[in-house]
Design a protein around this ligand. Structure first.
Ligand SMILES: Cc1ncc(COP(=O)(O)O)c(C=O)c1O
Length: 500
């Protein structure tokens, strides 16, 4: 954990250039050339591409132990899954001892070329696979080679648990995007922002032996359910789940009234599930406010100004899409609160995985290097995808009387793009308008669309959430089912009957 602006420290850690530089340069050039070649050549010719195979080893350029790993990594990418699936190095091995294609939801067959007819659209999870095509296009910039002896120690440089270099790159990313003020903040890494939820609640709660009543953790509905489920699961003496902000009456808001402790409010902005930019509902009557800014990136929202709250959570899952790496971070103004959150992560997992930190370093560097670089800018790419998805879905739903979507303000000025932009939310918050459709999730399930019920968010069963973050295939199937649903409604209207 380091405050921002530690450039000197970073310089002190930079290794001196030496004779190994030539070998390193050579290796890096070869790897980059291979990844670029892989990206440019056709799938069939890619199958023949093997490092150092064709030239008697002359092009191995001094590479030794990393050659086989590079071959293996390239070999799985070269397998043809018809664009509807992919092979992973750690996939289940088939009879030939090799992992096969893992097909996208509605595709089957050894090469995923069979599309299941009338397949149910799964729009449930917030799996950020919409960014997979971006990383395929930036394969060389984001590839990481890890030796078998990389950072085997529990600790990293100077007996720390956090990579100072990664901290610096995260500060650079925030400064370049303009979505958070970092200069007066400490950064705490964790295994996803999921882990930060309880780490921060713990850090902001009174000590168990302080004799004060436990803090009450609250959020305005609809809210991300893990705030409630985690607080209830850990069931600490220091804090309890206090319900929604609406349930916390004015009389019981301050720390001693109402029989409860101080209030710790979670504010998700933009919100999951309804994508609204939110402010604290309790304001100064909250003892502490934790801002969850998982979606405060130009893919999903305009950026009116850098966030500068006392405690802010971020995750890499949504801006880069690497949810599987499990990496999140908190920006915390107060040194004591930061130290307590860090102590939580250390006691819990001895610091975020060093392998994950290495991978994230490469990813964040690639993101920073391409800021405002046209189509190579991940934020421009992500915004284009999400905007197009929202535009297609809202056009289809606008023809329906049975369902509607949340209002999204048009033409908001974004300081990142330096222009007004269209809405591009991560989720659609669907409302069932007909009196008889009390359970919106159930109603859409009958139309072969899996959503996440509004009950989960304490938003009521008349609402349900559609994820727009998944793969292109998932979104295409979703659009097929939504279009059929709306067409059936129109047919019913025309015939005066109800088939749904
Ligand atoms: C608002 C919000 N906070 C936190 C998380 C958890 O993210 P992570 O993958 O970093 O655990 C999510 C994931 O969907 C989310 O939507």
């Amino acid at each position: 954990m380091e405050p921002a602006g530690g450039g000197q420290q970073q310089q002190a850690r930079r290794p001196p250039a030496g004779p190994g530089l030539l070998v390193l340069l050579c290796s890096s050039l070869l790897l980059n050339a291979l990844f670029v070649a892989h990206h440019l050549v056709s799938p069939s010719s890619r199958q023949q591409l093997r490092l150092g195979d064709d030239d008697g080893g002359g092009s191995s350029c001094g590479l030794t132990w990393s050659l086989q790993a590079a071959r293996d990594a390239e070999a799985v990418v070269a397998v043809n899954c018809s664009g509807h699936g992919q092979v992973f190095l750690d996939g289940v091995a088939g009879d030939d001892g090799r992992p096969g294609c893992e097909c996208n939801t509605c595709f089957r067959g050894p090469d995923c070329s069979l599309r299941l007819p009338n397949c149910t659209a799964d729009a449930d999870s917030g799996n950020p696979l919409f960014l997979e095509p971006y990383w395929r296009r930036h394969a060389a910039a984001s590839a990481v080679v890890v030796s078998g002896w990389h950072r085997m120690s529990y600790t990293t440089t100077d007996s720390m648990f956090q990579s100072v270099e990664l901290e610096q790159q995260i500060y650079r990313l925030h400064r370049a995007v303009g979505n958070a003020v970092v200069d007066d903040k400490h950064v705490v890494f964790a295994a996803g922002s999921m882990q930060l939820i309880n780490a921060l609640v713990y850090a902001l709660s009174p000590d168990a032996n302080a004799g004060s009543p436990p803090a009450r953790v609250v959020a305005a509905s609809p809210y991300y359910p893990a705030y409630r489920t985690q607080t209830e699961m850990f069931d600490g003496r220091e804090y309890v789940w206090g319900g929604t902000t609406a349930q916390v009456g004015n009389a019981s808001r301050n720390s001693t009234a109402g029989g409860g402790g101080g209030l710790i409010e979670f504010v998700t902005s933009p919100n999951n599930p309804d994508a609204q930019l939110r402010e604290s509902a309790l304001g100064s009557s909250a003892a502490a406010v934790i801002y969850d800014r998982a979606y405060y990136w130009p893919h999903f929202t305009h950026i009116p100004a850098p966030a500068d709250e006392d405690v802010i959570m971020f995750t890499m899952s949504k801006p880069s899409g690497h949810a599987g790496s499990r990496f999140g971070w908190a920006l915390i103004r107060d040194e004591k609160v930061a130290a307590k959150a860090l102590a939580y992560v250390q006691n819990n997992i001895m610091g975020a995985s060093r392998d994950t930190q290495l991978r994230m370093l490469g990813i964040v560097k690639a993101m920073v290097a391409n800021i405002h670089a046209g189509k190579d800018d991940i934020f421009a790419f992500g915004y284009d995808v999400m905007r197009a998805r929202w535009s297609r879905l809202s056009a289809a739903v606008s023809r329906s009387r049975r369902i509607s979507l949340q209002e999204m303000a048009p033409d908001q000025y974004c300081t990142y793009f330096k222009r007004v932009r269209d809405p591009s939310p991560a989720y659609a918050w669907v409302k069932c308008e007909m009196e008889e459709d009390e359970d919106c999730h159930d109603m859409l399930l009958k139309a072969n669309i899996i959503t996440r019920t509004g009950v989960t968010y304490e938003g009521g069963s008349r609402y349900t959430r559609i994820s727009l973050l998944k793969s292109d295939d998932d979104f295409d199937v979703l659009m097929d089912r939504v279009t059929e649903f709306v067409n059936a409604e129109k047919d019913d209207d025309a015939s005066g009957s109800s088939s749904m």
